[in-house]
Ligand binder design. Structure first.
Ligand SMILES: NC(=O)c1ccc[n+]([C@@H]2O[C@H](COP(=O)([O-])OP(=O)(O)OC[C@H]3O[C@@H](n4cnc5c(N)ncnc54)[C@H](OP(=O)(O)O)[C@@H]3O)[C@@H](O)[C@H]2O)c1
Length: 230
């Protein structure tokens, strides 16, 4: 599982009013497409899918060719997470039909919501009662759709759940020279978060490079989080 996010120098991924959430350079956009060439599936949370004109696809021909050279399918599977099923069936993503769209939800989504989403997606999978069972879900994605590499592109709430479950192997961050401020502006990991240092997801920096005004950093998981200890 790898996560890719752009963030401001004060760690925000969108403004507090959520109006601005895309602020990286063209180079950052290229970086996003390059990372997608390594992924069997690209995933995002319901609000990211609702609020942005994104299709989670591999992009232009050169990237699709690269996928084929790497032995991957020409188009990646697309996954959206919506525990309560509030995802908008009119979202831009659903207008682009080129690869399976999978919605991961829970029993909190009533029958009507699930049916509404089933009409626009290829699969709507109930992955838990109130919370997504992540290990079970990753297993299911691997077994049924051949997803061995999963790229998560936010938002903060979805990332937070993956960090909490200690399932993020690699983290790609693009630091942009902006300060958004704002207590309500989301960061790369929302949700309840850690309350003790021992609960922090830990990473080690494996590479960093500056291109133009942006810093591209890659981190890998640094083993156990030490959860359960002091
Ligand atoms: N700068 C960047 O790189 C970047 C990248 C992505 C997004 N963004 C921005 O970040 C903001 C969105 O972030 P966000 O944290 O508010 O939203 P998000 O994670 O995209 O979506 C949150 C919604 O997704 C579902 N969800 C997420 N994790 C879940 C889990 N573990 N189990 C069940 N459902 C889950 C829930 O949907 P239900 O309500 O249906 O249950 C939840 O309300 C937007 O402004 C977006 O544009 C920025």
């Amino acid at each position: 599982v790898f996560v890719n996010m752009s963030l401001t120098a004060d760690g925000k991924i969108a403004t507090a009013n959520r109006v601005i959430s895309s602020f990286g350079s063209e180079r950052d956009q290229t970086h996003l497409l390059e990372l997608r060439t390594r992924a069997d599936a690209v995933m995002c949370g319901a609000r990211t899918a609702d609020m942005n004109e994104i299709n989670l696809g591999p992009g232009p021909l050169q990237y699709r060719r690269r996928r084929l050279r790497l032995g991957l399918a020409e188009h990646n599977v697309r996954v959206v997470v919506s525990g309560s099923g509030s995802l908008d069936p009119q979202a831009h993503l659903f207008q682009h039909r080129f690869s399976p769209i999978v919605i991961l939800t829970t029993e909190r989504a009533g029958r009507a919501r699930r049916q509404r989403l089933a009409a626009v997606a290829d699969v709507v999978r109930v992955c838990g009662r109130r919370e997504i069972d992540w290990p079970g879900t990753l297993n299911w994605l691997r077994k049924t759709l051949g997803v061995q590499s999963l790229l998560c592109e936010g938002g903060g709430e979805l990332n937070g759940a993956l960090f909490q479950a200690d399932l993020v192997d690699e983290l790609h961050l693009t630091f942009c020279p902006l300060i958004f401020g704002g207590r309500e502006a989301p960061t790369i990991a929302e949700g309840l978060g850690a309350s003790r240092l021992a609960d922090a997801a830990r990473f080690r920096l494996v590479s960093r490079r500056t291109r133009g005004a942006e810093l591209f950093a890659v981190y890998r998981r640094a083993g156990s989080t030490g959860r359960g200890g002091d």
